[in-house]
Design a protein around this ligand. Structure first.
Ligand code: ADQ
Length: 464
């Protein structure tokens, strides 16, 4: 069995709050089972880049990290990754910033990663690069002579061609993906957009999973990420979860709980969610005092202005809605800016009659799957899910809504609250089957099997 080398912006480290992004949560276990190394940024900033590699092991996961300079963090992480690619790939060209310094910093840091990782890589290793921070890394590793099988997985959407062409040097960025052997997306929709770009902008040819540009053929596949369904279901009935469940229930005094859990990010549709909930309160006075929306949203990327703005917007919106509808003994929105350990989070999900997951665009969305996995099979809650989350393709039995429409959101909340037990069970069972079948192990196995079976670049060259 080949060793797996995972390279991503950050490596996963267990934190007390359990506040990890989806990528980190998903990959920890995947890497533990292989005997590989996870390479990434330490999260630390140094005065001058040294290239020094810090080796460590956390929870059975071997890590190799480098520190970056402040300029790297500004241009590469806050800049090109989070001010340029993240908004653009989430269809928000209004928020995307294009600056040469960002692009330069992005390429510089990717080169630094290539220099760091290449001495650690042995000829039989399989390399798996993750996410939009690292798109050109594979090409840079190839430039250094690496012939390993190399895969790339994009955790966010792939934007429509008409939006992507607004990025300066877009073809250069996309071309670099052809250094990999397998490129993975969460859904057919993102895959379709990628193929469309390659055909229209690069004169490429698509033949099933094979995509060819010039003399390079790669496999481009849809491979939806999952969660560790069993572990999450177990966590939901752990002691910590039961305590949390009891604490939440006691505080609700028989009111129904609606829960939202998201990083504080404009792509998650939090403003639209608050507006949708406000619309529900307006449309349904009979539910006043009967429901509480608990929105858990730990801040992220606080150095980026658009994130400061969304935070300010939500602070005032939550205040306004609560001001309008609260009574001395009822506050409709509980807005919480902290993270919770996973078992406690599972207890909160289980206490909620409705999981409200309404991103405007999301590569997948693991919260939707976690909410399903945490439910009590005898009395499951209802998932209200945005059509624009990748997860909507698999979770067809959620109440699917357009998150831009506060009326649809209001109707869905009303319908979910009234849904009979039979229907709740039937929908939950169908969703749980999908969450269990296409779980995190399935995802990793599906992707790495493809990668292992791919022809190595030198085999291709030998045959030619
Ligand atoms: P994210 O945008 O971070 O991930 P998501 O998939 O929902 O979104 O994952 C978030 C993770 O963080 C979940 O596991 C959740 O439990 C956890 N989390 C969020 N808030 C928390 C809190 N307050 N306390 C504790 N834990 C919290 C990116 C893409 C997604 C894609 C994933 C994985 O944007 O579309 O699903 O990667 O590929």
């Amino acid at each position: 069995m080949s060793r797996l080398i995972i390279i991503s912006n950050r490596v996963s480290r267990p934190s007390k709050t359990g506040n990890q992004g989806g990528l980190a949560v998903a990959l920890s276990q995947a890497l533990r089972e292989s005997r590989g190394i996870w390479v990434g940024w330490s999260g630390e900033v140094t005065d001058n880049f040294t290239g020094h590699i810090g080796f460590a092991e956390y929870d059975g996961v071997k890590t190799a990290t480098i520190d970056l300079e402040e300029q790297d963090v500004d241009e590469y992480y806050n800049g090109y990754a989070n001010k340029t690619l993240w908004p653009l790939f989430h269809f928000r060209i209004d928020l995307a910033e294009y600056a040469r310094d960002f692009e330069g910093g992005y390429n510089r840091v990717n080169k630094r990663f290539a220099e760091t990782a290449s001495p650690l890589i042995e000829p039989d290793d399989i390399i798996w690069v993750h996410d939009y921070h690292m798109i050109p890394l594979g090409q840079m590793l190839r430039d250094r002579g690496l012939k390993n099988r190399m895969g790339f997985f994009l955790h966010i959407p792939w934007p429509p061609t008409r939006l992507l062409v607004s990025l300066p040097h877009h073809t250069k960025l996309v071309s670099s993906l052809f250094a990999y052997d397998v490129v993975g997306f969460h859904t057919e929709e993102w895959l379709e957009s990628f193929r469309h770009y390659v055909e229209k902008e690069m004169g490429g040819k698509v033949d099933g999973d094979f995509v060819t540009v010039g003399d390079r053929t790669i496999q481009a596949i849809a491979c939806p990420i999952g969660i560790n369904a069993q572990e999450f279901a177990d966590a939901a009935v752990s002691e910590a979860a039961n305590d949390m469940h009891a604490q939440v229930r006691a505080s609700l005094q028989d009111r129904s709980l609606i829960v939202g859990v998201d990083r504080l990010d404009y792509s998650k549709g939090l403003e639209e969610r608050f507006n949708g909930f406000s619309r529900f309160l307006k449309d349904h006075p009979e539910h006043h005092r009967q429901v509480v929306l608990t929105q858990i949203a730990p801040p992220s990327r606080g150095e980026v202005e658009s994130y400061q703005q969304i935070r300010a917007t939500l602070d005032s919106l939550a205040g306004r809605i609560n001001g309008e509808y609260s009574d001395v003994d009822w506050t409709p929105i509980r807005y919480v800016n902290q993270g919770y350990p996973r078992d406690k989070l599972a207890g909160i999900y289980r206490a909620a009659r409705i999981g409200l997951v309404t991103p405007l665009r999301d590569g997948m969305n693991l919260v939707a799957k976690e909410y399903v996995a945490a439910q009590d099979p005898e009395d499951p809650g209802v998932l209200v899910l945005s059509r624009f989350a990748g997860a909507a393709i698999q979770l067809r039995d959620a109440l699917l809504i357009n998150p831009y429409s506060s009326e649809e959101m209001s109707d869905a909340i009303n319908r979910a609250l009234a849904m009979p037990l039979d229907e709740r069970k039937r929908r939950w069972r169908a969703m749980m089957n999908s969450v269990e079948q296409q779980d995190i192990s399935w995802w990793r196995q599906t992707f790495t099997d493809r990668l292992t079976a791919a022809e190595r670049p030198e085999e291709v060259a030998d045959d030619a």
